[in-house]
Design a binder for this molecule. Structure first.
Ligand SMILES: Cc1cc2nc3c(=O)[nH]c(=O)nc-3n(C[C@H](O)[C@H](O)[C@H](O)COP(=O)(O)OP(=O)(O)OC[C@H]3O[C@@H](n4cnc5c(N)ncnc54)[C@H](O)[C@@H]3O)c2cc1C
Length: 411
């Protein structure tokens, strides 16, 4: 019977442990926290968006970094397989907007409990409070590992599923990257991702907390458009956040070398001509009122003050005195408010860590290292990242599955 050690009791580690045990291995999870799955507990704002119910090609398209590496694992353990597995252990699931899948209970903790039940069903041993310090490698094959207290544990196979570096309070402190590097693996540059952006110039107080829906953004790198998106945005005291900003953050890397600018279109559904006609209609309706009042049907109240400030016109000016040039400036601003981006928010706040173990050094059909025999990787530690929508957990579950099954096989 193969002895498999899984380092990290997050989404990937628990899935790997379950399948390795199911395939007949004797499995132990070593988790440095007192509890398993601490990050899962805070996912999806406490509701855990476990996966996405789209077809697999769509899922791969939403894995913006090294999606091709995921073919084998995703097709071996699909989103449907995951949902079937969870349901078979009593976790009811529902699909929401954008094919996002959540527990019916809306409680992320239920996902952790389900996974604990799965581990229990296969007799997986769990050692919590066990921080792994380093791996023991002999002649390019794993022998075992060393715990923080100096204790050594030997095994046939090791699965590194220590996650990324973001939200370190959940236990993901990047230990696995160091262990992998010590065995000769390359770790690509690490960046915070799926995160808010700090802007140059402060965000006006009246905008902080304002949530805009149905807007679109364009992200520019050195004046060249590199990404656009449609959806929701939120103003924060440091700058911008919300789903479209989080997705844009995946395309932002080196601020030393590049300038980034974000253009916000408040009315993407209206062409400039249609918007002009709409403004004229509204101004006609409120012809006896101020420009502030004339915009109240078109824009959220808090946005009106901001727009008027940026145009440097008097908000109390009667609508009928607004010149054509002023109206054109207004229109241009509604269709394109520009924000220069200073930097991304810190890693601590990132939903995921972009970058990780160089995937060329990992066999995509088994998750085994091509450098060190009997060493496997699963989850966010790999240089594979998806957008928000359940893709990152599916990456963790699918790679966890493959690492688990392959590690248990005789070779
Ligand atoms: C706020 C937030 C919300 C999110 N929401 C979603 C969502 O709704 N849907 C989605 O798909 N993704 C979401 N994500 C991303 C998703 O949670 C991660 O991609 C996923 O948890 C990665 O799983 P993992 O098992 O690879 O790593 P982790 O979940 O980070 O697990 C790694 C584990 O390894 C342990 N560990 C680390 N080092 C050691 C060591 N030296 N010794 C022993 N143990 C160690 C850690 O304590 C941790 O428990 C969210 C992330 C955050 C931060």
């Amino acid at each position: 019977m193969k002895k498999v050690l899984v380092v990290g009791g997050g989404a990937a580690g628990m899935m790997a442990a379950y399948f390795a045990a199911k395939e007949g291995a004797q499995v132990t999870i070593l988790e440095k926290n007192k509890l398993l799955g601490r990050k899962i507990r805070i996912t999806g704002k406490g509701r855990c968006n476990v996966t996405n119910a789209s077809d697999l090609e769509t899922i791969i398209k939403n894995i913006y970094r090294n999606g091709n590496f995921m073919y084998s694992s995703l097709y071996s353990f699909t989103n449907d397989d995951l949902m079937d597995l969870f349901r078979s252990f009593g976790l009811d699931l529902k699909t929401e907007r954008g094919n996002r899948v959540f527990p019916v209970s809306d409680r992320a903790i239920d996902v952790v409990r389900t996974m604990e039940k799965m581990l229990d069903s296969q007799g997986v041993k769990i050692k919590t409070g066990a921080r792994v310090k380093s791996l023991i490698i002999d002649q390019a094959r794993t022998e075992g590992l060393v715990l923080a207290d100096g204790k050594k544990i030997f095994a046939d196979k090791i699965i590194l599923a220590t996650g990324g570096k973001s939200y370190p309070l959940t236990g993901s402190t990047g230990d696995g990257y160091i262990m992998a590097q010590q065995c000769g693996h390359k770790v690509t540059s690490l960046y915070p991702s799926l995160i808010g952006m700090e802007t140059i110039g402060e965000i006006k107080k009246e905008l902080v907390g304002l949530n805009l829906r149905n807007i679109s953004i364009g992200l520019y790198k050195n004046n060249k458009k590199i990404y656009d998106d449609f959806g929701e945005l939120e103003f924060r005291d440091y700058g911008l956040d919300g789903p479209v900003i989080k997705s844009s953050s995946c395309y932002v890397d080196d601020f030393q070398k590049n300038n980034y600018r974000l253009m916000l279109d408040l009315k993407p559904a209206l062409s400039s001509e249609k918007l002009d006609a709409r403004i004229l209609r509204d101004f006609d309706k409120y012809s006896k009122s101020s420009i502030e009042a004339g915009l109240k049907d078109l824009l959220p109240k808090r946005m009106i003050g901001y727009i008027i400030d940026r145009l440097a016109i008097d908000g109390k000016k009667p609508v009928h005195q607004v010149s054509k040039e002023e109206r054109q400036d207004l229109l241009a601003l509604i269709k394109g408010i520009s924000f220069d981006i200073k930097r991304l928010r810190p890693m601590d706040e990132a939903i995921i860590t972009e970058g990780g173990i160089e995937v060329k050094e990992v066999n995509p059909s088994t998750m085994e290292s091509k450098i060190v025999k009997d060493l496997y990787f699963a989850g966010e530690i790999l240089d594979v990242n998806g957008f928000t929508g359940g893709y990152n957990l599916q990456i963790a579950f699918s790679t966890g599955y493959l690492a688990g099954v392959s590690s248990a096989k005789n070779d």
